[in-house]
Design a protein around this ligand. Structure first.
Ligand code: C2E
Ligand code: MG
Ligand code: MG
Length: 856
């Protein structure tokens, strides 16, 4: 029997011997054979013993109850490791009956502890310490569970005993493993620093992000921090004191979601992190001793964000989101830039304040009334804080994301450039580029709107045409023409002031639109002022040029109720004014319109007349005034039209000049007259030459000399058989072109004379410079002789000029003998007129010439 077993045996004797001894004492005390004193002593001892036994019982019961009430397994061991007692929790934990354990070595419960493990335990207990060890306990079925065992020594009955409390660590280990797998599995870096900046812990994600690693012994291998630079959200170096962990240490407060960049110099790699730092306090401490940081890698997010921002910037499209319930408005950076507010609007109300009032109302109405699932698109104008106007296109739609949410989201696009381009295009499209005045479309639009506006329907339209502008253009070139137009526009603008709107209608035509409600005389007043503005000559290439205006006036609604009617009638009036006298004005009248209509009809007929063979020539004899003998012929064109009848050139030559048909008609006259001469010559008729009238336009046209040359060649005539009658207008121009044409014609041997001399222009200097051989004294002067002294004087003067310059003189329109006598007295020997013959058909003319040949 071991000492321990012996000890246990005495203990059990002591506890089990109590009642037997008591019974023996009680029986002895009742023995009558014993003396009274001894019996009394025995009885007292038996009572004492009973009382002590009761006390021990009570203590034992209390001990048992306490022992079994401890929730962790508690065992009492002898120093050799024999289990002396085990509480109920132990029996339950090891799942063994009590007798399986009591008296057995504790090793059966601790399969992992090495032999002799009691050594260190006893050492610690000797030192009066508690011994703590983590190990594994085993159940009856062999299964194991982790425990933390706290052992302490105590003395019982002179014997040292060990009480061992085993705490089941299963739940703690499970929690720890859950925590570890969470921390290690999480996609965010978790680190623990102390106040000195030493790193105590870093999870796998943290290591991945920062490049920190652990060595074989699980010690953190801290990288070279010199290789790293910490930057703020905008990429600027961040001083250490502003690092999230440093701030958490300094403030003792948690700091959430600070964005920093970790730039690694060696790899030139930048990692963006969103860091939350939480200070850790030791129990009772008022300063943190550690900081736990949680860092999410937002590099991709930030890149996408930056890209998204850049894309918005490039596209000039921002985004917005508005919560209708709270009025909270979120705008992206680009959206904020576009509206250029001093403070980013955080409510729709603040946003609307950036817009011009009418647009703010429009936007407000739309966003407050829009139904769920529908959208809108608006173009709005607003003003940035510095007053710069902006234009935006707002697109949005309503979407409710679940209960309570009532949101509108959309885009805001900067369309300022487009709007400004549209504006300037609109201005451009309404402006005449040369003069800066309104153009035709613009003034017609204004006219239309004024005509449709009943309150201001008393209007006048002035149609203005520059006289002689075409000549400036033809002679001095288009550059000079442009200068005149610009200067003319300026003069008219000044003349009109604020009393009317002026526009360039086309070419050298302008219109002025004015109101006459308050002043019926305004159109004439403006016309007069405009004409006065042209009194001063224009200075072009160092020379003075007179440009005048012809103006037509039409009133609304009298002369037209539509812009088309009104402009057309003002044009009719202008045309009439120009036709009758340049530099004047003319109001429209219905008669004018009739005349204009007829003129148009005539022009239409005239255009086809040549192809229809409607022209023919008559020839008026030019005679020797002394004898009446026919010497020359003047070809005069006649037009016989099926609708209009026989037309004299007075009626149609001017029209043909206007339409340009005169060139073809003139060519035809030239050829026909020459061919007629040829026929007469072949008939042996002594007609020296035929005179053909040449109009201004024919003369200034490209190839008069060439036409003449061809006509002569075709008829096989010498130049001397042809005379060209030119109007004074041709000569007044006196340009290099005029001189050149004269030269070419003279080179062909053609005779040149001035028709209706003295009627048109007074400048006579051309007579000295140009190769002219004859003047024709206009019948307008002959008409008055010899009765009218002024006509007599003019006739005398012209005769004098011709004589002194050595020019022939032919008198026109000689109708009676007294005129003939007068002319003869002046020394004029050649003439034509009804006194001798009107224009004759070629056959008649030939007959008369032939008659002269017959002997009297
Ligand atoms: P003009 O060249 O001065 O022609 C003379 C005009 O006076 C002719 O009128 C003629 O018929 C008219 N006349 C002749 N004798 C008398 C008279 O004693 N008293 C009056 N009162 N008149 C007389 P016509 O043929 O009607 O021609 C008118 C103008 O038309 C011409 O004036 C001429 O400038 C132009 N003309 C005629 N034929 C042509 C032509 O083929 N080409 C061009 N370019 N112009 C032409
Ligand atoms: Mg003539
Ligand atoms: Mg004439």
């Amino acid at each position: 029997m071991t000492a321990l077993q012996e000890e246990m045996a005495t203990d059990s004797i002591a506890t089990s011997a109590g009642p037997a001894l008591m019974l023996a004492l009680e029986q002895a005390a009742a023995d009558p054979t014993l003396s009274h004193g001894i019996r009394a002593l025995m009885q007292a001892s038996a009572r004492q013993l009973r009382a002590a036994g009761d006390a021990i019982d009570a203590e034992r019961t209390r001990y048992r109850a306490l022992f079994d009430a401890v929730p962790d397994p508690v065992s009492v061991l002898a120093l050799d490791g024999t289990v002396l007692d085990l509480n109920r929790a132990g029996i339950a934990a090891y799942q063994r009956p009590r007798e399986d354990i009591i008296g057995k070595p504790i090793d059966m419960l601790n399969p992992e502890l090495p032999k002799g493990h009691m050594g260190p335990v006893l050492d610690a207990l000797d030192r009066g310490e508690t011994y703590v060890i983590e190990t594994t306990n085993m159940r009856a079925d062999g299964s194991r569970f982790p425990v933390e065992v706290h052992s302490a020594a105590f003395c019982e009955g002179g014997q040292t005993r060990i009480v061992a409390v085993a705490r089941d660590l299963t739940a703690r280990h499970e929690a720890e493993s859950r925590y570890t797998s969470l921390i290690e599995g999480i996609d965010a870096g978790v680190t623990l620093h102390d106040a000195e900046g030493h790193l105590h812990y870093m999870n796998a994600a943290g290591m991945r992000i920062t490049g920190v690693s652990v060595d074989e012994s699980d010690v953190l291998r801290v990288p070279d921090w010199q290789d790293w630079m910490v930057v703020d959200e905008d990429g600027r170096p961040l001083p250490f004191a502003k690092h999230p962990a440093a701030r958490a240490f300094a403030t003792g407060r948690a700091l959430s979601s600070q964005v920093i960049g970790l730039f690694r110099r060696s790899s030139q790699r930048l990692v963006w992190l969103s860091v939350t730092a939480v200070p850790q306090f030791a129990p009772g401490a008022d300063k943190p001793h550690m900081v736990l940081t949680l860092s999410s890698d937002i590099t991709n997010l930030k890149r996408d964000n930056a890209l998204f921002g850049r894309v918005q910037e490039l596209a000039q499209i921002g985004g917005w989101q508005w919560d209708r319930m709270t009025d909270a408005l979120y705008l992206t950076d680009e959206a904020i830039r576009i509206v250029g507010a001093s403070k980013a609007p955080s409510t729709m109300t603040a946003f609307l304040a950036c817009l011009r009032e009418s647009d703010a109302h429009r936007m407000h109405d739309v966003v407050s009334e829009i139904d769920e699932g529908t959208g809108f698109e608006l173009e709005l104008q607003g003003y940035q804080r510095d007053g710069t106007p902006f234009w935006i296109s707002m697109i949005g739609e309503s979407q409710s994301d679940g209960p309570g949410a009532d949101q509108l989201t959309g885009t805001v696009q900067d369309i300022t450039d487009r709007k400004q381009a549209e504006d300037s295009l609109r201005v451009q499209s309404q402006t005449d580029a040369l003069t800066g005045l309104m153009n035709r479309d613009a003034i017609l639009a204004k006219l239309d709107s004024r005509l449709s506006d009943c309150s201001s329907n008393q209007l006048a339209l002035l149609y203005i045409d520059l006289d002689r502008f075409k000549m400036v253009n033809d002679v001095l070139g288009h550059g000079a023409g442009d200068v005149v137009l610009v200067a003319a526009a300026q003069r008219m603008r000044d003349a009109i002031g604020t009393e009317g709107l002026i526009a360039r209608f086309g070419g050298d035509e302008f219109v002025v639109l004015c109101n006459i409600n308050d002043n019926a005389a305004r159109p004439e007043q403006l016309a007069r002022r405009i004409q006065q503005a042209f009194a001063e000559p224009f200075l072009l290439q160092g020379e003075e040029f007179n440009v005048t205006t012809s103006i037509g006036i039409a009133l609304a609604p009298t002369d037209g109720e539509t812009s088309q009617q009104l402009t057309q009638n003002a044009d009719v009036a202008m045309y009439d004014s120009k036709r009758r006298h340049r530099n004047g004005w003319q109001s429209f009248s219905p008669e004018l319109a009739v005349r204009q209509h007829e003129r148009l009809q005539t022009e239409t007929q005239l255009r086809r007349a040549l192809d229809n063979g409607e022209f023919h020539l008559v020839y008026q004899p030019q005679v020797d005034l002394r004898t009446g003998r026919i010497i020359y012929a003047e070809a005069l064109v006649r037009w016989r039209n099926p609708q209009l009848g026989e037309m004299r050139p007075d009626h149609f030559i001017e029209l043909a000049e206007g339409t340009g048909d005169i060139i073809r008609i003139g060519d035809w006259v030239l050829r026909e007259a020459c061919l007629q001469m040829r026929r007469w010559r072949e008939q042996g008729l002594p007609i020296e030459r035929v005179a053909v009238n040449v109009s201004y336009r024919q003369f200034t046209g490209e190839n008069l000399a060439e036409s003449v040359r061809q006509a002569l060649q075709e008829a096989d005539l010498p130049g001397s058989a042809l005379e060209l009658e030119l109007t004074e207008r041709v000569l007044v121009d006196d340009t290099p072109h005029t001189v050149a044409v004269f030269k070419q014609l003279r080179a062909l041997g053609v005779q040149l004379s001035i028709d209706d001399f003295g009627e048109g222009y007074s400048a006579l200097n051309y007579l000295r410079r140009l190769p002219i051989h004859a003047l024709k004294l206009s019948h307008s002067f002959i008409k008055g002789v010899p009765g009218t002294p002024s006509d007599n004087a003019i006739c005398q003067a012209v005769a004098g000029i011709a004589q002194s310059l050595g020019l022939e003189l032919v008198a026109e329109g000689v109708e009676n003998e007294s005129q003939r006598d007068f002319l003869l007295r002046l020394g004029v020997t050649t003439g034509q007129g009804f006194l001798f013959a009107p224009g004759l058909l070629p056959g008649e003319f030939a007959k008369r010439v032939a008659a002269q040949l017959e002997p009297a």
